[in-house]
Design a protein around this ligand. Structure first.
Ligand code: ZN
Length: 309
């Protein structure tokens, strides 16, 4: 740990210790918030860390004011493969370091910053074209750049393939062994069960994420109703307990199941409804809670009020 990093930590407990102390609120959506504020779909939103720093910091601050203990960097699509689709593969370092710095500008020294890592958008061979060492190097580059920008830990989310998320967890841990990694997959309801798009069930996900070294295992996004998220939370907690008593569970549900309106995904769950579900998720044993697509600072504020009053 560098001197500079030690200075940043003054005034707040290292994230790993803080997570053991009970309820910890993450933020809500960044992507859908940016679109609400006029950013066009399809635009590389990570570029806004440079082009519209004020906008990015404003969204981070709105979540912190609403009650979030941590914000996620605007780097979800910041790995080399995702950036390559925008012709930006050569800018991984500056995009991620700047994203971390923007979040830190909002969070200051009293709140936490999680470096956000999303999927590559491709699959490992033989299903896709990726080789494991290539993928590992790509995630390590992103994680290293996030650490250079001063993150307190990582959140790896919206993953559907267990092989990919395991590589991402190990890469982040190799880059910064002392920083906690929150690892999350996206589930859909399939009959009586929950599975990711790639067919991974809850027990398999939890056991692989824990074995890879994740400090907290979770679920985010996906297409389920609020009641189904509560059910998923119960199954996740049971699966985590069966593997290791000390593993933390986290949840970032969407604002309900998306409905298609004129070809656009619309999330209709109100902040109060969201907070009601968050309470049940918390009571099921999930102590780290945030929101994914369609959630806003109002949703997080409703959760904060409900769970902290
Ligand atoms: Zn989402």
């Amino acid at each position: 740990m560098t001197f500079w990093k030690e200075k940043i930590l003054v005034g707040r407990t290292a994230l790993k210790n803080r997570l053991r102390k009970g309820l910890f609120l993450l933020d809500g959506a960044m992507g859908t918030q940016l679109m609400t504020l006029g950013v066009e779909p399809g635009k590389c939103s990570e570029l806004l860390n440079f082009e519209s720093p004020g906008l990015v910091i404003r969204i981070h601050k709105a979540y912190l004011d609403a009650g979030s203990d941590a914000v996620l960097t605007n780097t979800f699509g910041g790995n080399g493969f995702a950036l390559a689709r925008h012709g930006l593969a050569s800018r991984v370092a500056e995009i991620n370091t700047t994203g971390a710095q923007r979040a830190r500008e909002a969070a200051g020294r009293s709140k936490y910053v999680l470096g956000d890592i999303g999927p590559s958008g491709d699959f490992l061979e033989p299903l896709g074209s990726l080789k494991p060492d290539q993928l590992s190097a790509t995630f390590a580059d992103q994680a290293g750049a996030l650490v250079a920008g001063g993150v307190d830990g990582f959140i790896i989310e919206t993953m559907t393939a267990v092989e990919e998320i395991v590589i991402a967890i190990k890469s982040a841990k190799a880059v910064a062994p002392g920083l906690p990694v929150l690892a999350s997959m996206s589930f859909d309801k399939r009959g009586d069960d929950f599975k990711t798009m790639m067919g991974v069930d809850v027990k398999t996900a939890v056991s692989f994420l824990v074995a890879a070294g994740a400090d907290a295992v979770g679920f985010n996004c996906g297409t389920t109703t609020l009641d189904e998220y509560v059910d998923l939370a119960k199954r996740y907690v049971a699966a985590a307990k069966a593997v290791n008593d000390k593993v933390l569970v986290f949840a970032e549900p969407n604002a309900g199941k998306p409905e298609l309106l004129d070809g656009k995904a619309v999330y209709k769950v109100t902040p109060d409804e969201f907070a009601e579900a968050a309470k049940k998720i918390y009571e099921a044993g999930v102590i780290i809670i945030g929101g994914c697509c369609g959630t806003t600072p109002e949703h997080i504020n409703a959760v904060s009020k409900k769970l902290r009053s």
